[in-house]
Design a binder for this molecule. Structure first.
Ligand code: XUL
Ligand code: CO
Length: 457
């Protein structure tokens, strides 16, 4: 922690009571920035100082943190081998409207005490599914009235909403790729309503994660039909967005596998190819989740970098997997090197707005105390804050950028510049070789870069 950070204005950004009062987390006060707190104090920020200016913007503006409703308020710790472990004191064990309203109040107390300005949800997280679409929609209307009121009272905003098109048995064969028109139509009706709710709550984005859009076997699947239907589904969503005047950014979230063995939106580059193939590339960006990137067999930051380089990075589901296991563990991101790589990309592209860093993460089923919900988010926010501080220093000192520029310098002059413009020919390349002979061996300097990177983290 540099002296500059210590002198900076201290403000957790929260309007929660600092005395720890509040109905649902009575022992926990609004989380404060305490850069000198001891290692054992994990209920304070040691690096994240919301209003401090780093690299020309406040940390809050760069980081745009968001809490997810599904893991944090609907997660029970259930796994394929065991039942719920996370027994929250406010839950009454029902999926009633009364419980949905109480849970929403719990969530807003949590957001406020944490000092996070955004939240995200699936339609079915916040309101119970009814027996008919009309009943489900009515439930959503009622719950979103309360959400709107709580947003107004606290200043917490909706980063994005999304439709759950994967939990209900009707979607077992997919939603926008379902071979049965009836299930496909249900998905359309559901997204239509969710777009209305997103508009009502001022969502800054809207996410499509292709939950069961993929295949289990190519023997029973017409992949061409399924992908074309999915593209037309997105075109209908765009038309409805325009019709109702919803201005949020549309995002597709790639994932390589799980729940289907092959998910169509495999990774960032696959999604870009899909968008370009079907003429959707001007209307959608990508919400990258690094745990999905690693499921695709790529390095942690790969999809973030690829999406950003081609102008498609819209938002980030900031989480991590365990490098030693091959499924979606949705852990809180606690690795400072990874966070530095992420924030380096965010800085390079001039910020992640109107997207954000959304904690699509769950506490471990063994982390059973309600305070663990706070500790997990604080730890992850501090990790990304450290990533931001490191990335800012890397950008300001410019050594890594200079090294990369230097590596490609032959493409800035003469024939290289012509290649970059797309104006060169094979004949000219041949002539160049005949004139200049064999290229020299030029070191890639990887270890030098790694050692330099380590200097900043
Ligand atoms: C699933 C996943 C989803 C999306 C929203 O792996 O990441 O929670 O973020 O549907
Ligand atoms: Co996600």
């Amino acid at each position: 922690m540099g002296p500059k950070a210590k002198k900076a204005k201290v403000d957790s950004g929260a309007s929660a009571p600092v005395d720890g009062s509040g109905e649902f987390f009575p022992g926990i006060s609004a989380i404060q920035y305490k850069p000198d707190a001891p290692a054992t104090d994990t209920l304070c920020y040691k690096h994240y100082n919301a209003k401090e200016v780093v690299h020309g913007r406040t940390m809050e503006e760069w980081l745009r943190f968001s809490v997810v409703y599904w893991h944090t308020f609907r997660g029970t710790g259930l796994d394929p081998f065991g039942s719920a472990t996370l027994k929250r004191p406010w839950e009454d064990g029902t999926d009633s409207m009364e419980m949905a309203k109480k849970r929403l109040r719990v969530a807003f107390e949590f957001f406020t005490k944490l000092g996070v300005k955004y939240w995200t949800f699936h339609d079915r997280d916040i309101a119970p599914e009814g027996a008919t679409i009309e009943e489900s929609n009515k439930n959503l209307d009622e719950i979103s009235d309360l959400a709107l009121q709580l947003q107004k009272e606290t200043g917490v905003k909706l980063l994005w909403a999304t439709s759950n098109l994967f939990s209900h048995p009707r979607y077992m064969n997919g939603a926008g790729t379902n071979p049965d028109l009836h299930a496909y139509a249900y998905a359309g009706a559901q997204v239509k309503k969710c777009l209305e709710i997103a508009k009502k709550l001022g969502a800054e984005n809207f996410v499509f994660w292709g939950g069961r859009e993929g295949y289990q076997s190519l023997l029973n699947t017409d992949v061409h039909a399924e992908l074309s239907h999915m593209a037309n589904f997105f075109k209908m969503a765009l038309a409805y967005k325009k019709k109702i005047g919803f201005t949020g950014q549309f995002l597709i979230e790639p994932k390589a596998k799980e729940p289907t063995k092959h998910q169509y939106d495999y990774d960032a580059m696959t999604v870009i190819a899909f968008l370009k193939t079907f003429g959707l590339d001007k209307d959608f960006k990508i919400n990258v989740e690094p745990n999905h990137t690693t499921l695709a067999g790529h390095p942690y930051e790969h999809c973030i970098v690829m999406a950003s380089e081609f102008g498609f990075l819209g938002s980030i589901d900031a989480n991590t997997g365990s490098p030693d296991c091959g499924w979606d563990t949705d852990q809180f991101p606690m690795d400072v090197k990874n966070a530095t790589m992420v924030m380096r990309t965010v800085i390079k592209q001039g910020g992640i707005q109107p997207g954000g860093l959304n904690f699509d993460c769950k506490v471990r089923r063994e982390s059973t105390d309600p305070e663990d919900m706070f500790i997990a988010h604080i730890g992850a926010m501090d990790t990304l804050a450290r990533g931001l501080r490191n990335a800012a220093k890397i950008a300001e000192e410019g050594h890594l950028d200079k090294l990369v520029q230097e590596r490609y310098k032959t493409f800035k002059v003469g024939l290289g510049a012509k290649v970059e413009k797309g104006a060169a020919t094979f004949e000219e390349l041949e002539e160049y070789v005949k004139k200049n002979g064999n290229p020299e061996m030029i070191s890639g300097k990887q270890e030098h870069c790694e050692a330099m990177f380590n200097h900043y983290v």
